[in-house]
Design a protein around this ligand. Structure first.
Ligand code: GLN
Length: 278
């Protein structure tokens, strides 16, 4: 057996060649401590190492489970987060949201953040780690929150990110106020057929009613109640949803900004709560 045979197991199952090569390297690095550096130095993975990853590759090819679930972790903004099928795998696009959030938090000296639908906690933990803010992450799923708690330990941010089981604002007390509310909510219109790998992710983290707008509507409606004066609300956006979400925001928010991702898709929206509400 050689590395080409292993890559072929993946390409034969329909995985694109470049992706297959990346995944094989990820498996070698994770399960066999075989690094890109070894490769550069001309060291080839040995028979034993190939055998270890062959089993994983077979599962990947047969069941089309995302590689991150097989490895059990995913890289997001420089840190490896634990992921299980109970949480969405962090996406590159979400880094645009989090980078902007960090900038806004620093510029405004914000101290409190609420992350709605926190999942793996990748947004909450990154903000807690990289700013002076404390973050409360909430989620309807206890299984997701268990993963988020493991990520607090991984990132060593014990008192800065806390989590609570809550269906949207349900368990947020009226006196709790935040400088920033952030969310990457489920936004794929229900009924959309997804790629096989994405179907392995939790559907409650993906789908939303009302053409994908359900959670934007619910979050925006009550956000002013939980924001401090001059507070911000920020979202990741699904494809083609920017205008509709902007209209929803315009009632109680001003200075609304939309940011594109690297593919030119409107991916992030944010605005500041209007002063007249205080
Ligand atoms: N960005 C994810 C996807 O397109 C969906 C994440 C979400 O619904 N928030 O697969």
């Amino acid at each position: 057996m050689n590395i080409q045979t292993i890559i072929k197991i993946l390409t034969d199952s329909g995985i694109e060649e470049n992706e297959a090569k990346i995944e094989v390297n990820m498996l070698l690095e994770h399960f066999c401590s075989y690094t890109a550096n070894d490769k550069l130095r001309g060291i080839l993975p040995d028979e034993n190492q190939l055998k270890i990853i062959e089993k994983k590759v077979q599962i990947r090819a047969k069941e089309r489970i995302p590689i991150q679930y097989i490895i059990g972790e995913s890289l997001f903004m420089g840190n490896f987060f634990k992921v299980t099928p109970d949480v969405l795998i962090p996406r590159d696009e979400t880094e645009i949201l989090v980078r902007k959030a960090i900038e806004i938090i620093n510029d405004n000296n914000f101290k409190t953040v609420l992350d709605i639908g926190t999942g793996s906690g990748c947004i909450a933990c990154t903000i807690a780690k990289q700013t002076d803010s404390t973050v409360l992450g909430i989620d309807i799923s206890s299984d997701a929150l268990r993963v988020a708690l493991d990520n607090v330990t991984r990132l060593n941010i014990n008192n800065k990110a806390v989590f609570r089981k809550s269906n949207l604002y349900e368990k947020i007390r009226p006196e709790e106020k935040f400088d920033l509310i952030i969310s990457n909510p489920p936004y794929i219109p229900s009924g959309t057929i997804l790629q096989e790998e994405v179907q392995k992710e939790p559907s409650i983290a993906l789908y939303a009613e009302n053409n994908g707008l359900e959670f934007y509507e619910k979050i925006i409606k009550n956000a002013p109640k939980y924001l401090n004066p001059n507070g911000y609300l920020m979202f990741e956006l699904g494809i083609g949803e920017a205008e509709a979400v902007k209209s929803l925001l315009e009632k109680d928010f001003e200075n609304i900004v939309i940011l594109n991702d690297l593919s030119g898709i409107e991916r992030v929206i944010y605005g500041k709560v209007k002063d007249v509400l205080f």
